[in-house]
Write a protein that binds this ligand. Structure first.
Ligand code: DP6
Length: 361
């Protein structure tokens, strides 16, 4: 580094959308490296509605790493952040800006501290996978700042160490997280099954049932499931492997009937595993159950499924319609059964689309 360089600051900004799993990740075989017990598949959403935007800055005048989430400083003590940073530092490149007299050698990054400011445009920790967008964005922006020249797949393995589902947000469209076999986790990465232009008619509607912080985090919930549920083993070894193959085929062929059946069944089995956990974990509430009933009754009434539903670790419903016509009919039904009013159970709807991770700034 140049001797008189105490005044400079380098910044990078990125935006990453959240993703919604249609075949769920639930359970780790390695807690530290965040290695899952099964593959999972997700759809990456539109960043205009559900994304994290992160600016990372580095300067020799920063005395420690600091982070702000939605304007509020949060502690950075967690090992997950440190793990991501260690991986990125080990891959950092040289940086030189002759005009401003800034030179950072590979090893120089070890001595520098970062300031990170991240914003979510949706409720944090309400079962809308905010950690997925957050860590994907953090890793992507830091990689840009530190001149890390890695393929997205390798970056996904780093984001995975921040939060498992984050690895899938590095890609747009339809994404599979392959659990991998290696102890090092090197092969536990995300791969894109199809990009965001594939199956463009799909419409995703998130019905926000509650924007409150969930009581049991995904991390502790899945740990308890692995320790106490017997259903989770059957799910990981027998059910998910065959569903993954069927889901890949459904996506490839844009077969909505098969896609919807698999999506709903997998969401229901994930919540069954939560109930099979001791003590049981309840992520869905009465409104979530009423939404399931609404969709199930509608689907049964027609020859083929009209809409798919899926719920993560929270009560909010993610509803997927095959096209705009069905999506508008779905919205009408939701408004009929959950009319707006002072006691309304549904707070709002967020319309989503498939998209890609975007670089900003
Ligand atoms: C229900 O990725 O939040 O959303 O790896 O412990 O950070 P950690 O968990 P996280 O779990 C997400 C679980 C899920 C299903 C999914 O996204 O596949």
């Amino acid at each position: 580094m140049a001797a008189d360089s105490q005044k400079w600051i380098l910044m990078a900004t990125a935006r990453a959308p959240t993703n919604i799993a249609v075949i769920k990740y639930w359970g780790k075989r390695d807690e530290n490296l965040i290695l899952p017990i099964n593959d999972s598949i997700s759809i990456t959403l539109d960043p205009d509605h559900l994304s994290a935007t992160t600016t990372v800055a580095v300067s020799p005048s920063f005395e420690k790493d600091r982070m702000w989430l939605n304007g509020k400083e949060i502690p950075l003590s967690g090992g997950r952040y440190q793990n991501c940073l260690r991986e990125l530092r080990s891959r950092a490149g040289d940086f030189e800006d002759e005009r401003r007299g800034i030179q950072i050698k590979k090893e120089g990054w070890n001595k520098l501290h970062f300031h990170i400011a991240s914003y979510n445009n949706f409720p944090t920790a309400a079962g809308l996978a905010s950690s997925a967008a957050g860590f994907a964005c953090l890793v992507f922006s830091l990689a840009k700042l530190m001149n890390v020249k890695e393929e997205l797949g390798q970056l996904s393995a780093i984001a995975r160490q921040g939060s498992g589902s984050a690895c899938r947000s590095l890609y747009g469209g339809f994404v599979k997280w392959t659990m991998g076999n290696e102890m090092s986790g090197r092969d536990s990465i995300a791969v894109q099954l199809a990009n965001e232009t594939h199956w463009e008619d799909l419409i995703i509607i998130v019905a926000v049932v509650s924007s409150r912080q969930k009581e049991t985090s995904s991390t502790s919930g899945m740990r308890e499931s692995v320790e106490t549920s017997s259903l989770i083993q059957h799910r990981a070894k027998v059910v998910v492997p065959s569903r993954i193959l069927q889901m890949e085929e459904a996506i490839r062929n844009q077969n909505f009937s098969s896609f919807a059946r698999l999506t709903c069944a997998d969401s229901n089995q994930f919540h069954a595993v939560c109930l099979d956990t001791s003590p049981p974990i309840f992520y869905m509430n009465d409104t979530s159950h009423r939404i399931i009933n609404l969709v199930e009754r509608w689907n049964r009434h027609e020859e083929t499924p009209q809409v798919a539903y899926t719920f993560d670790a929270g009560p909010n419903a993610v509803l997927i319609a095959p096209n705009r016509k069905v999506a508008s009919s779905l919205l009408q039904r939701l408004l009929f059964y959950f009319p707006p009013g002072p006691d309304n159970e549904l707070h709002s709807y967020v319309l989503g689309d498939k998209t890609i991770l975007q670089e900003a700034g």
